[in-house]
Design a binder for this molecule. Structure first.
Ligand SMILES: Nc1ncnc2c1ncn2[C@@H]1O[C@H](COP(=O)(O)OP(=O)(O)OP(=O)(O)O)[C@@H](O)[C@H]1O
Ligand SMILES: [Mg+2]
Length: 357
């Protein structure tokens, strides 16, 4: 995707899509389908046997059951919302702890412990509150299910008991129909749960489809020109504004950099040095006809090949969780062992690396 996409969608959001939404879709496809078939089979078989024993008693006993599904649906949504809140607060808490631990020296140095403790206590209290509000719903939820399941059982005992006394139903039938009713409680709960799972799954799927439909705005041209042999860099009348901003970050830049020469650019913070460098590998797109490599507009070159020509050392150092060798050879995975060592030597790293066990 284009860099501006990541400006509009913070890393945390994308991570949330990658975990929560994918998980919700997965749950709908797996557990949702499994529980649907489970519920359908359990309900139909129990019903057939119950009706076989006593159709009228079955009808009476079934009256409270749909309420179980409704309770699960209603509470399920509430629980889901509060559970998400618990997770969100917990992630703030973890982030805060991570930040404090990694900046502990700085904190101590500035004697800022007290303020941090207060902030931490606040976040901690949020965490407690979120958990309590979740537990409160849980606390009401389970007895509500029990209430409706119990009502069904009470109806059977009352009406079935009278039928047994009146001789229209035998005792075995009453016992059997009571246990079948017990077997229906779980599938009725499952129905409520399934409805919620499928709804959440389809909402997540919509969010994911929006991401899948995104297309990078910076892409290779349909028929790219070959990478020129010359490495001359030329910039002509460049005016560049970041997407969505009116004020240009660069205005009327002209320069020619012959192959083999070195250029240092100095300027105030925010004067556009990094911006200029970002336009060459098209991390942001320069306007057509402004940035040239070996006389060819960079927009006319194949994007991957263009970027393979350019090495970059960013301002903020970033290391991947991989070996030192992989980090050094990141731009050229096919670099030989000697080349990697040569780079380590140039960076003044070699003695340290050699000292590693
Ligand atoms: N991703 C971005 N989106 C929008 N505006 C940006 C973005 N990056 C930089 N800018 C703006 O463009 C201008 C030039 O920024 P740039 O980072 O190129 O300056 P710089 O010369 O590299 O500064 P520094 O010396 O701090 O590295 C600044 O006004 C900055 O606020
Ligand atoms: Mg910069």
């Amino acid at each position: 995707m284009s860099p501006s996409y990541y400006t509009e969608h913070p890393t945390g959001d994308l991570m949330a899509h990658a975990t929560n939404d994918i998980e919700a879709v997965r749950r709908a496809c797996s557990m949702g389908v499994l529980m649907t078939s489970d519920a359908v089979i359990m309900i139909s078989f129990s019903l057939v046997f119950m009706i076989g024993i006593s159709p009228s008693l079955t009808l009476w006993a079934l009256i409270p059951l749909p309420f179980i599904s409704l309770v699960v649906m209603g509470f399920g949504r509430l629980i889901h919302r509060r559970f998400e809140r618990v997770q969100a607060v917990f992630s703030v808490l973890t982030e805060r702890v991570r930040e404090v631990l990694s900046g502990i020296r700085l904190l101590r140095g500035f004697a800022r412990e007290e303020g941090i403790e207060r902030a931490f206590a606040g976040t901690n209290q949020d965490n407690v509150n979120a958990n309590i509000s979740l537990i409160q719903v849980w606390g009401v939820f389970e007895p509500s299910v029990g209430l409706f399941a119990g009502t069904g059982a009470a109806i059977i005992l009352w009406m079935g008991g009278r039928a047994v006394l009146g001789g229209t139903l035998d005792l075995g039938g009453l016992v059997a129909i009571t246990s079948y009713l017990g077997m229906l409680v779980w599938p009725m709960m499952a129905i409520g749960w399934i409805v919620n799972t499928l709804q959440q799954g389809s909402a997540s799927m919509k969010r994911l489809e929006k991401i899948f439909a995104e297309r990078p705005t910076i892409a290779s041209p349909p028929d790219p020109r070959p990478i020129p042999a010359s490495r001359r860099i030329e910039i002509r009348n460049l005016v560049f504004s970041y997407p969505g901003l009116d004020r240009p970050a660069l205005r009327d830049v002209n320069l020619t950099l012959e192959e083999g020469t070195t250029l240092g650019i100095v300027g105030l913070t925010g004067s556009g040095k990094s911006t200029l460098v970002r336009l060459l590998p098209r991390l942001y797109d320069p306007p057509p006809g402004t940035v040239f490599l070996g006389g060819t507009d960079v927009r006319a070159l194949d994007l991957t090949k263009l970027r393979a020509q350019i090495g970059m050392v960013p301002q903020d150092v970033f290391l991947f969780s991989a070996s030192l060798r992989d980090n050094i050879a990141f731009g050229r995975p096919d670099a030989s062992e000697d080349e990697v060592w040569e780079v380590a030597r140039l960076a003044g790293l070699a003695p340290e690396v050699a000292a590693f066990p």
